[in-house]
Design a protein around this ligand. Structure first.
Ligand SMILES: [Zn+2]
Length: 261
């Protein structure tokens, strides 16, 4: 027991002297998966709106999963075969949001799907959320906000209550500005390696910018920085990659929205 405690103290010392990337290397991605599984179960149990049934809405799931799979097959996802990348649609037209929990548990609201204009825009939002999970941004948050000792107590499996309480806070987690910028940039990079037009990845922000007083936008904006200027940076990233055009899939998107009616 004393030995385990000394190891614990030693690791706090080692981890504290590492940068963010150095630190994450030592924490197994199993922690992400454990947290994500716990958080997604808790979230679904407490949800007042229903998860759209996969058997009743096969067409909707088929189209959205094929968009998700294009991103996962972009060759840019580090944890492609490691995380679950399971997508669920929440039947709630009044909420404009999507998020991805650690370990790849993706949730998309029908409100967001109906708000967007084409598949490439939805791919852009999914890419952004997938980037947060793939790059383990929640782990950065837990270490910076709750401290390393809390994270290590989960790593060592010594406190299950702590795991449950951290998982409770993962939905609606606010990421650092650096992590948000990284997710924006990666979203462009993912889409660039698919047949989607990567410029559309900033389409959502363009739309938000043009009607930023709309009340239903508050949900997304509560966990994400203001769209102002974000789309310019994303466009710069697209240009730096070579500025290749791609497909928007507008007609296919109308079909998807019709399936949701
Ligand atoms: Zn984000």
């Amino acid at each position: 027991m004393a030995r385990k405690f000394l190891l614990f103290i030693f690791l706090i010392f080692v981890f504290s002297s590492c940068g963010d990337e150095g630190l994450k290397k030592f924490i197994s991605t199993d922690i992400d998966k454990m947290l994500g599984e716990q958080a997604s179960t808790q979230y679904e149990n407490g949800l007042s709106n229903k998860i759209l049934s996969e058997t009743k809405h096969q067409d909707v799931y088929r189209i959205i999963n094929s968009i998700k799979n294009k991103i996962l097959n972009s060759g840019k996802i580090k944890n492609k075969d490691n995380f679950v990348w399971e997508l669920k649609i929440i039947d709630d037209d009044s909420t404009l949001n999507a998020f991805c929990l650690p370990g790849g548990y993706i949730f998309v609201y029908t409100g967001l799907i109906k708000y967007l204009d084409n598949e490439a825009q939805l791919a852009g939002v999914l890419g952004h959320e997938i980037a947060h999970a793939d790059n383990r941004h929640a782990i950065d948050n837990i270490t910076s906000q709750l401290g390393l000792s809390v994270l290590l107590s989960i790593v060592f499996g010594s406190d299950n209550n702590q795991l449950i309480s951290i998982a409770q806070n993962l939905v609606g987690l606010k990421f650092s500005r650096n992590n948000e910028e990284e997710a924006d940039k990666l979203s462009i990079n993912y889409l660039y390696n698919t047949d989607f037009d990567a410029r559309e990845a900033n389409g959502f922000f363009k739309k938000l910018e043009s009607e930023k007083n709309a009340e239903e936008l508050l949900e997304f904006l509560s966990t994400h920085p203001s769209p102002e200027k974000r789309y310019d940076k994303m466009l710069d990233e697209w240009k730096s990659l070579g500025g290749k055009a791609g497909k928007k899939y507008e007609e296919e998107y109308i079909l998807l929205k019709n399936y949701l009616k």
